[in-house]
Design a protein around this ligand. Structure first.
Ligand SMILES: Nc1ncnc2c1ncn2[C@@H]1O[C@H](COP(=O)(O)OP(=O)(O)OP(=O)(O)O)[C@@H](O)[C@H]1O
Ligand SMILES: [Mg+2]
Length: 303
């Protein structure tokens, strides 16, 4: 399939479901890759199915992903596994249109969020970012900013006016969901940079949640963390899964087995573009994979 350039001239978006934010103005992307939309914080975020169809990706004309198709069901955790360089991060970035921010990057295929192609020229790029948040490998807080302001930064940076009591509610709710509230509730005005690495990562998860994504993409969110912090984030993922669809890249097979409902195994053989060898329920992928390469990989025999 020929690469297509980003649809940047999009106009009116067609929302699939009414939300409390229908009246809020269009706003730019936040640091977490999502966009603020909450004017009230009462309704529960709607988890959504995300479907990749024949997704290919190029960097400066070099193809690095070959027709990847994968359904990531609503309210479930999907783990992406595979050796370094096989295209997991690239695939993840195609799911919220961050791929196209990289100079020389091209994209082919389609990504459907609850049935609507996020690359459709009639849809705004900010719609994808608003609905599909991202947490990165290294926590990226604003270190000098207070914990509560870090959580609210997505809303504030995008010009959302939220009254004080609602702000407090958002901070508590998001920190609770991210599994950090109890640890920081007495020091919300202290600098975010003063938290441990694991706490910072949970604060960044809370920041992503404050803009109320329907899907949360996580690219090796625990790789810079100690085992205790890792376990805490894994618990958080388990707690969030019912309200946000999660797609997580991990090199840790035990982690994939612990946190995910389904797993997709990516591979890029000898300079060829990455593709999915096999996907299925995590149980099946670890206990009874169909492809011998999957069996070797999940047992640590290569990669
Ligand atoms: N910004 C970029 N410019 C050019 N090539 C890139 C860029 N980012 C990634 N690539 C290339 O695309 C391919 C897939 O990279 P990607 O980062 O998606 O792999 P990955 O599976 O996430 O690897 P890892 O497990 O090491 O994070 C690699 O060959 C990589 O060198
Ligand atoms: Mg990567």
């Amino acid at each position: 399939m020929a690469p297509r350039t980003p649809a940047s001239k999009a106009t009116a978006p067609a929302r699939t479901r009414p939300r409390s934010s229908e009246t809020t103005p269009e706003v730019p992307a936040t640091t977490s890759g999502a966009v603020a939309q909450a004017t009230t914080f009462e309704d529960v975020p709607l988890t959504a199915e995300i479907v990749a169809k024949d997704v290919s990706a190029w960097f400066s004309g070099r193809k690095v992903l070959e027709r990847v198709s994968l359904t990531m069901p609503a309210g479930k955790v999907t783990a992406l596994i595979g050796p370094s360089g096989c295209g997991k991060s690239t695939f993840l970035r195609t799911l919220n249109r961050m791929h196209e921010l990289i100079p020389g990057a091209e994209f082919g295929g389609a990504v459907f969020l609850d049935g609507h192609d996020i690359y459709d020229p009639s849809r705004r790029i900010t719609d994808a970012r608003r609905n599909i948040g991202m947490v990165f490998q290294k926590p990226n807080p604003f270190p000098a900013m207070s914990i509560e302001d870090n959580v609210l930064s997505g809303l504030v940076l995008t010009g959302q006016r939220v009254d004080k009591s609602l702000k407090e509610q958002i901070v508590e709710e998001c920190l609770t969901k991210a599994g950090l509230w109890k640890e920081v509730k007495d020091r919300l005005r202290q600098a975010g940079g003063g938290l441990s690495g694991g706490q910072q990562q949970r604060m960044c998860i809370a920041r992503s949640l404050a803009v109320r994504p329907r899907v949360l993409l996580m690219d090796e969110p625990c790789s810079a963390l100690d085992p205790t912090s890792t376990r805490r984030i894994e618990e958080t993922i388990g707690e969030l899964a019912s309200e946000v669809t999660i797609v997580i890249v991990t090199h840790n097979m035990q982690q994939a087995a612990r946190v995910s409902d389904q797993t997709a195994f990516f591979l890029a053989e000898q300079g060829t573009p990455g593709y999915i060898v096999e996907h299925g329920t995590t149980e099946q992928m670890f206990d009874l994979p169909k492809d011998p390469r999957t069996l070797d990989y999940v047992n640590g025999r290569f990669g």
